[in-house]
Design a protein around this ligand. Structure first.
Ligand code: F2R
Ligand code: MG
Ligand code: MG
Length: 312
């Protein structure tokens, strides 16, 4: 495995955290409101990350400690890291409460939303470590993305959104040509709703599309199917980390999460070197801040390399 892949592992994790922090102050605002308050030149305001990154850290910690997936441990990491002030979605909060009170990680999420489970984007927003760690094995990536999602999101569309986001990150790690990426994503997704969204991405990229049309066709909401495709579109449309993340956040709605997912794909594609230094420096530091997040990316890479050497 090339050394540059390491920068893609760290880039995906740091990039996701930066996108989250960049979009956080604007979460829940409309596109029009963001433009009138912040103008066109959006800037990193506070550098504080939210639940998206706090949960992503838990996914990475658990993969590292177990050299792979362990559902009970990943759920425990989510609970240990949990800080309500980071702003969790109601479904995730409830699933974690049930686990804390004794439910198993397999059963806790199934009772949410009248027994249908959540299709929120809370599983997709945290999935970057799975995308990088299983970037070379699509079947395993899908299996682990579904399992890591199931801890809080049991609805098929919530899991599929997370798997699609993880696979986009995996393809970005391989440095795939952007033109080929949509073809691969189309082959990967199983649900008709996501297939349709990918067809829309293709059509929207082929013409001049304004932000209103992107929001209408792809979405900017908290549902996985109304945010994961928007992040993929934002990545494919631009040629730099900065342009893609600024655009994604400027669409309004679930800005921290669409920012996080766009940042993770871009970070995996351009590597950590593609992340604007001034944004990286502004990302919060501290016990589980930017240095720790970079270290998690390095550890995932080190273990991946070891596992590959052991199996060859
Ligand atoms: N929670 C927030 N933001 C609001 C508060 C932030 C504020 N700045 C603060 O600091 O307090 N953001 C985070 O939540 C989103 C991820 O949500 P998650 O984890 O998926 O939660 P949930 O509740 O499972 O799903 C989100 C919503 O989707 C709808 N939904 C899901 N499944 C459904 C179903 N089967 N039927 C109907 N609706 C369903 C519901 O409206 C859910 O509440 C991210 O934005 C993260 O940043
Ligand atoms: Mg958030
Ligand atoms: Mg959000």
């Amino acid at each position: 495995m090339e050394q540059s892949i390491k920068a893609k592992f760290t880039g995906a994790l740091i990039g996701g955290a930066i996108g989250d922090a960049f979009g956080a102050p604007m979460e829940g605002n409309s596109m029009e409101n963001i433009k009138s308050v912040y103008g066109d030149a959006l800037k990193m305001i506070s550098g504080r990350y939210t639940d998206d990154t706090e949960m992503m850290i838990g996914v990475a910690e658990s993969l590292i400690e177990n050299r792979g997936f362990n559902g009970e441990d990943m759920a425990a990491k989510f609970i240990r890291n949990y800080h309500a002030r980071r702003g969790y979605g109601p479904g995730s909060k409830e699933a974690l409460r049930r686990i804390r009170e004794g439910a198993s990680w397999e059963e806790a999420s199934g009772k949410l939303f009248g027994g249908k489970g959540s299709y929120g984007n809370g599983a997709a927003m945290r999935i970057a470590p799975v995308g990088v760690f299983y970037y070379d094995d699509t079947d395993k990536l899908r299996e682990i993305a579904y399992k890591a999602s199931h801890i809080t999101h049991s609805h098929e569309l919530g899991k599929e959104g997370a798997a699609l986001q993880a696979f986009s990150i995996a393809l970005a790690v391989t440095g795939i040509e952007k033109e080929v990426m949509l073809h691969e994503l189309k082959k990967f997704v199983r649900s008709e709703l996501y297939k349709e969204k990918i067809r829309k991405i293709e059509a929207l990229l082929a013409k001049e599309s304004d932000k209103k049309e992107i929001i209408f066709e792809l979405g900017n909401g908290e549902e996985a199917f109304n945010s994961v495709p928007t992040a993929i579109y934002s990545f494919l449309r631009f040629n730099s980390f900065k342009d893609a993340v600024v655009y994604a956040v400027s669409l309004g709605g679930d800005t921290d999460t669409i920012g996080a997912m766009t940042g993770a794909i871009n970070g995996a594609y351009y590597g950590e070197g593609g992340v604007p230094v001034e944004w990286a420096e502004k990302l919060e530091e501290g016990k589980k801040g930017r240095s720790y997040i970079r270290w998690l990316g390095e550890e995932l890479y080190r273990i991946k390399l070891k596992l590959m050497q052991e199996s060859s």
